[in-house]
Write a protein that binds this ligand. Sequence first.
Ligand code: C2E
Ligand code: CA
Ligand code: CA
Length: 361
Amino acid sequence: LRDATRQQDVLCHLGGDQFAVLLRKPATPNDAVHAAERFLDLARETIDVSGQSVITSISIGISRSQVDGTVESLLRDADAALGEAKRAGRNRYELFDGALKRAAQTRARLEGQLRLAMSDDQLRLHYQPEVDLLSGRVIGVEALVRWQHPDHGLLSADAFVPLAEETGIVTKLGDWVLREACQALARWSPAFPSLAIRVNLSAVQLARRKLVDEISAALVACDVAPSRLCLELTETAVMTDTTRSVEILEDLAELGVRIAIDDFGTGFSSLAHLHRLPAHVLKIDQSFVAELNQPRGQAIVGAIVALAAALDLEVVAEGVETQHQRDLLLSMGVRRAQGHLYAPALNEADLLIWLDDPGNQ
Ligand code: C2E
Ligand code: CA
Ligand code: CA
């Protein structure tokens, strides 16, 4: 980077794998673009490290100082542009412009509202039944968080969980979801004593030591047997910092809680680690179920089923929408599933009506 930086510019290491370059006056946006192109060109050259060829890539965000700007706002805008460069596929640069600025403002507003939503009782849990494919009977439910937004109505998880993860709000949100899910299970226990509940955990939550105590406390407070709670984690979440996540997962498994690997096949997974994880369930992502009418989808689902059998894990398919998909899955050895063919995520009142139907019990 120093080679590609001019004498009058400032290069500094922000920490981790992040660097900042300050182009001094009279820098124009064009100067910044040229500098970014120089950096990208240099990064394309392979580097020799002890005889090994190493390939690097860099992503760059460019922002311009404003008359009323501060060091913080300059760095924040560059960071927003950097995020955009990463989302657009990495190894490229992106300029902070009007559209990005508006998006950043919308996000900042949403973040503020989300913090308020927690204290203002605007979060809800919806529940999607998971059924036995052969009998159609309910096994458990997956808790899916919703936000009853004062202006935008009921928002689904995709609209705000990623933001909650980026901002760290997800630890508080996840704690609320866990306690709410355990309380719901306790409310339903008299009528449905063996119903299980699945709760999604984000990677941020798994990184916290306190998680095990919090889950244990939530179960004790509601007098719910740990085996009725199943935690869903994506493979990428459990594969990042594996030593630590294996430890935490082992503690959770020791509690008696069950562990599911969510969206299996869409993330980053190491088979070596997978077999060391104290997991009980593999969930087949809905994108593969949607492709079941093509050879590719069938091959992937077949491979996941075989892997699960070899590792002695249960398989659950998600996003089952048609009878045809149900039949194919059954013929491939999948016994459990959830999806719109059976029920979407329902609020508590609708779930209880659905559960009351004798065909679902
Ligand atoms: P996921 O865990 O893979 O959840 C399945 C998503 O697919 C849900 O969307 C569900 O409503 C939707 N779905 C269920 N059946 C069908 C179907 O037959 N067809 C189609 N097309 N979609 C179906 P939702 O509720 O918007 O959740 C999106 C994602 O947000 C979840 O994906 C999960 O990763 C995350 N999420 C949801 N609730 C929580 C939570 O409490 N905590 C955390 N950390 N993440 C959550
Ligand atoms: Ca899930
Ligand atoms: Ca999924």
